[in-house]
Write a protein that binds this ligand. Structure first.
Ligand code: AMP
Length: 404
């Protein structure tokens, strides 16, 4: 029998489970879906059998991740794509925090689970859900390779000068405080695809990747290796995001505690969930913000300007870090869709060789594309990210390597 070629990708959030089943012979999707509001009365499973274009929904309580994965397995079985299929090669799991320990996709065993568990203090929101997904999948198919693909892994190549905060290293090391970075799967995929778009080997090109979704991060990628990224110990650092503040003077926190009388948890919620674009103007969706800006709304305009100012600072900073830049790539929900953001972020940077062609920028398209003028010294690109495909590719490559 020929070797199995399908990979199931699981992305377990605190109350959700996203999944995609891919066939790695041609990277095609066979099924995609999402379970939302796990643990509530109003849980919902939405499943699409891509080949048939058939979409089904289940509404009603799904108690936990185990029940969610069993429900997903049931839907896959109905399409003849069940977890027991001999064509399933592996399950690839997105794991948010791999610390310093996990620099590559890793075959999951008991030791790996213990290490991911040890990282919970630095990723209290994400790693517990990821672990539940891993454990549940293992219990359903103990014989199947399960691979953990870490959001932090791509950034472990950062030099110490970029990864360390300027604090006492003994204290930092005791508490594992350093800049880890996130969205690594996306930065890896997009930097590679950008090189492909330029017709070059990733090892030859320097790229600034701007992953602008509801969460947002920038990275400086030198010859395929990450040398700096904007998120830090947690995803709070860096760019202005949908609901996160990004960079601020850490003394703001002391001030809110001492003078504002807020608790640590209240400040955590404020900065992670009620700041950024949402905190500034009450909306975190860039479409709505642009609509309000165009209608003359001052608060939305200020929010947009602060967002762009920060973005521009990071482009400049990473230009300096890299020394030579071949391309700036925009990706994720905002980066792929919001032409005004791309235009404003690059405006005034002609001196750095950066420019956007208004006509090309306005064209909506699905695939990777250049939006800079033909003779631009630094190319500006829109490169749709595909984290699921990257997780599946890394998972399959590891399983293939181990089977030979
Ligand atoms: P992501 O986290 O990558 O799924 O991105 C989600 C965000 O992308 C949303 O919160 C919106 O702000 C933004 N977005 C999605 N579609 C558009 C669009 N057509 N124009 C502008 N922003 C968009």
């Amino acid at each position: 029998m020929s070797s199995p070629t399908r990979v199931l990708v699981l992305n377990s959030g605190s109350s959700s489970l996203k999944y995609q089943l891919l066939d790695m012979r041609d990277s095609s999707r066979l099924a995609v879906g999402l379970v939302e509001r796990i643990g509530e009365q109003t849980s919902r499973l939405k499943h699409t059998h891509v080949t048939d274009g058939d979409t089904r929904e289940q509404n009603g309580p799904i108690a936990d991740h185990e029940a969610a994965l069993k429900a997903v397995a049931g839907e896959l079985s109905r399409d003849g794509l069940g977890l027991d299929s001999p064509e399933l090669a592996a399950i690839g799991h997105r794991v948010v925090h791999g610390g310093m320990f996990f620099t590559e996709p890793t075959l999951v065993d008991d030791e790996v689970l213990t290490e991911i568990e040890r990282l919970i203090p630095v990723a209290p929101l994400h790693n517990p859900a990821n672990l539940t997904g891993l454990r549940t999948a293992r219990s359903l198919r103990p014989d199947l390779p399960q691979v953990a693909v870490f959001d932090t892994a791509f950034h472990t190549t950062m030099p110490e000068s970029a990864a360390r905060y300027a604090i006492d290293p003994r204290i930092a090391d005791r508490h594992r405080i350093r800049r880890y970075g996130f969205h690594g799967t996306s930065h890896a995929y997009v930097s590679r695809e950008t090189a492909r778009l330029l017709g070059k080997d990733p090892a030859e090109v320097n790229v600034i990747v701007l992953h602008l979704g509801n969460g947002a991060s920038a990275s400086a990628v030198e010859g395929g290796r990450c040398v700096d990224t904007s998120m830090g110990l947690t995803p709070l650092e860096g760019l202005v995001m949908g609901t996160r503040s990004g960079d601020l003077d850490p003394a703001v926190i002391f001030h809110l505690e001492r003078v504002g009388g807020m608790s640590t948890d209240e400040i955590d919620t404020l900065l992670n969930k009620r700041s950024g674009l949402f905190g500034l103007c009450g909306d975190n969706d860039m479409r709505e913000i642009r609509r309000r800006v165009d209608a003359g709304d001052e608060a939305a305009k200020l929010a947009f300007d602060i967002y762009i100012h920060r973005l521009k600072k990071y482009i400049g900073a990473y230009y300096a870090v890299l020394g030579r830049v071949d391309a700036v790539a925009f990706t994720a929900g905002v980066g792929e869709n919001a032409a005004p953001v791309r235009e404003a972020a690059v405006a005034g940077l002609e001196g750095l060789g950066l420019a956007v062609d208004a006509g090309l920028n306005a064209v909506r398209g699905d695939g990777p594309r250049l939006i800079s003028p033909e003779d631009a010294r630094v190319k500006v690109a829109v490169v749709p990210t595909d984290e699921e495909l990257e997780i599946a590719t890394q998972t399959y490559a590891l399983v293939e390597k181990n089977s030979h």
